[in-house]
Ligand binder design. Structure first.
Ligand SMILES: Nc1ncnc2c1ncn2[C@@H]1O[C@H](COP(=O)(O)OP(=O)(O)OP(=O)(O)O)[C@@H](O)[C@H]1O
Ligand SMILES: [Mg+2]
Length: 441
């Protein structure tokens, strides 16, 4: 089970508040109860003192409601108790405060005598006294108990606020792209988080170094292989030009296409490695011009398949990127459209502006991509189910890396009805600061 620090802290503090509050409540309750009982005794004494100075005899049991209707205090006088014999046992008690039982009912009594001689008693039922005592004690601890839920809410708010920087930090780290390894800012972070942030930044640094090394190995290997592969292609071309027996010619053809495929793979690997190394985002370039060049470069292969390749652009759109980056992006998307669209098909390339975004869409009349593969085709070296034509499976993963780096998105959508794929790339026109300055205070 995952332990939550926030939960532990909340439960700990609320537990401590309830425990100490409960203990304090218990002590205060007992103290207030004792005080209330003592107060009842002093009421009995005060009544007795008034009665003692009063000359007039009490001829019957007198209910003393004048003090407080709830106190149920009565005054009886020895020998004058004409209506009842129930208090006869009282007069055997000595003077002063006494606990006694009269006909099975518990009483607190104060016995005294007048200067003229007759004894009298002020009585109060014990159950009434206890009721008054507990009522008063509850009124004293009531506000204390009522404060416990208020404190619980306040504690929950304080704990949640204290953990906010941690939650914000996790959102920031989650929102990062895999290749976004710039350090997290320490300036506004709470001191408790600083060591954690410093370690995290050191880890980012190490991961960046590792990635750089790996990309350099790929780029160097691809670069080194380029020369021998080019030499191999030239030799295969030369061989093709010579007089060869029929069975040797088919082998030369296989050799030539193998060399072309390998060259294409090396080019894709180099494009990928270049992308990983992080392109500069400082310059502004017009994507319409680059798209025109891409179309011109690919027109031969689209003509070969009798594909109607069209480019449509409204206003000029500038984005912050390197020219080569946008070239690679467009080349890969248009190349896919040509490669996977059957003979006689149609491809529409549209460039437009949507608020602060440059939108590039390439729509073809090919077979589209089965829904299950719409995400997996973005992984490196993964080709779609149809595996039409030659390919290394790197094109779309290069496209995704480029748009990630430019802070944009790429989506694939199968056209309903007649089929075909729409690839839409959205790139922010103004780049947001690469360093996400977080306010963790
Ligand atoms: N326009 C398209 N129409 C249909 N399928 C497509 C289209 N674009 C891409 N795909 C599918 O997505 C897969 C991945 O494309 P991606 O460009 O990454 O690799 P590739 O074209 O096979 O190889 P590479 O581009 O490296 O030469 C392709 O193999 C293909 O099955
Ligand atoms: Mg491709």
């Amino acid at each position: 089970m995952t332990r939550s620090l926030r939960q532990n802290l909340f439960i700990g503090i609320v537990g401590a508040v309830i425990l100490t509050g409960g203990l304090a409540g218990y002590l205060v309750y007992n103290w207030a109860y004792d005080e209330a009982i003592e107060m009842q005794d002093s009421v009995l004494l005060q009544i007795a003192s008034v009665a003692r100075s009063h000359d007039q005899d009490v001829t019957t049991v007198t209910e003393l409601n004048g003090v407080d209707a709830d106190t149920h205090t009565v005054l009886v006088q020895e020998g004058k108790d004409a209506n009842s014999t129930q208090f006869r046992s009282l007069w055997s008690l000595s003077s002063g405060l006494q606990d006694t039982t009269i006909e099975g009912v518990f009483y607190r009594a104060f016995l005294s005598e007048r200067s003229s001689g007759p004894r009298f008693a002020v009585l109060q039922q014990t159950s009434v006294r206890e009721e008054i005592g507990s009522g008063m004690a509850l009124r004293v601890i009531g506000p204390m108990l009522a404060l416990i839920p208020v404190m619980t809410i306040l504690i929950a708010i304080v704990v949640a606020q204290s953990f906010k920087p941690l939650v914000q930090l996790s959102h920031q780290v989650d929102a990062r792209n895999a290749n976004e390894l710039n350090p997290l800012p320490l300036v506004h972070a709470p001191s408790e988080l600083q060591p954690f942030l410093i370690s995290l930044n050191r880890l980012f640094e190490r991961v960046r170094e590792l990635l750089d090394k790996q990309q350099k190995i790929i780029a160097d290997a691809a670069h080194e292989l380029r020369t021998p592969i080019t030499a191999l292609s030239i030799q295969a071309e030369n061989l093709d030009a010579t007089a060869l027996p029929e069975d040797a010619r088919s082998r030369v053809e296989a050799l030539k296409s193998g060399a072309i495929r390998t060259k294409h793979l090396l080019e894709q690997l180099l494009a990928m490695a270049r992308q990983e190394n992080g392109a500069s985002l400082n310059q502004k370039i017009e994507i319409g011009e680059i798209a025109k060049t891409a179309v011109i470069n690919l027109i031969e292969s689209s003509n070969r398949k009798e594909i109607d390749l069209g480019l449509e652009q409204g206003e000029p759109i500038q984005v912050c990127a390197e020219k080569i980056t946008i070239e690679v992006l467009l080349r890969n998307i248009i190349d896919n459209a040509i490669k996977y669209t059957p003979k006689g098909g149609k491809i529409d390339i549209r460039l437009r502006r949507k608020n602060d975004l440059a939108v590039i869409s390439v729509e073809d009349t090919g077979p589209g991509i089965v829904d299950d593969e719409l995400e997996s085709v973005f992984a490196p070296f993964v080709r779609g189910g149809s595996k039409e034509g030659d390919g290394s499976g790197l094109g779309l993963s290069i496209v995704r890396r480029i748009v990630d780096q430019l802070g944009g998105t790429v989506t694939l959508l199968n056209k309903a009805g007649r089929g075909g794929l729409i690839v839409t790339v959205e790139i922010p026109i103004e780049i947001k600061s690469a360093v996400n300055v977080a306010n963790l205070a």
